[in-house]
Design a protein around this ligand. Sequence first.
Ligand SMILES: *Cc1c(COP(=O)(O)O)cnc(C)c1O
Length: 233
Amino acid sequence: MIAEKLAVVQENINKACKNAGRSPKEVTLISVSKTKPVEMLQEAYDAGARVFGENKVQEIMDKYDQLPSDIEWHMIGHLQRNKVKYIIDKVSMIHSVDSLRLAETIEHEAAKKNVCMPILIEVNVAEEESKFGLKTEEVLPLIEEIASYSHIKVMGLMTIAPFVADPEENRSVFRKLKKLSVDIAAKNINNITMSVLSMGMTNDYQVACEEGSTMVRVGTGIFGERNYSIKED
Ligand SMILES: *Cc1c(COP(=O)(O)O)cnc(C)c1O
């Protein structure tokens, strides 16, 4: 069941890349497993998934110990500074950095563990009130500050596009994030790369692939609907 869904999503990514003249190898599929039990993650793992996305620190810690160690965990949700220490040596990437204070904490905790944390800057491209993330014009100033940190590596940008009925409505959002990353890359800032664009979810990952996404975060399309009334925290 999960194996089939994973295969369908991968096939859709392949098609979207082909449409856009891109290689599907440029796109990493992140299986977003938040709220789902470890049995389902294991099923995805057995079907070949190795990259999982979670949005809660506690959930990463619980699942981390129960699943194979070659899984790459990605923190994709809003991160509180006091919780950075719990995941700093567990996750491969933090997608949701949206303030200098959070970056400072990551730098501090990464230094303590002697690791260098790959991060993305979260951009609220559509400027939705309800969403975390920086405004477009706030991104470069933050990146210029973080560039001097030796335990953080800025790899690119992330956005959560609005929930829309027709994924085409988000094409302009993805284009704006891509343009921002190209503009920042052109500045050749030391220690900064813009090789990762984390954009596209179940509803709109094909459009995101056509517009240059390198990481799509797909939950519902792989694991089915989430039921928040059963598992709350
Ligand atoms: C939940 C979540 C996703 C996955 O959403 P789906 O619509 O289920 O694919 C992707 N990105 C982030 C940041 C999320 O919190």
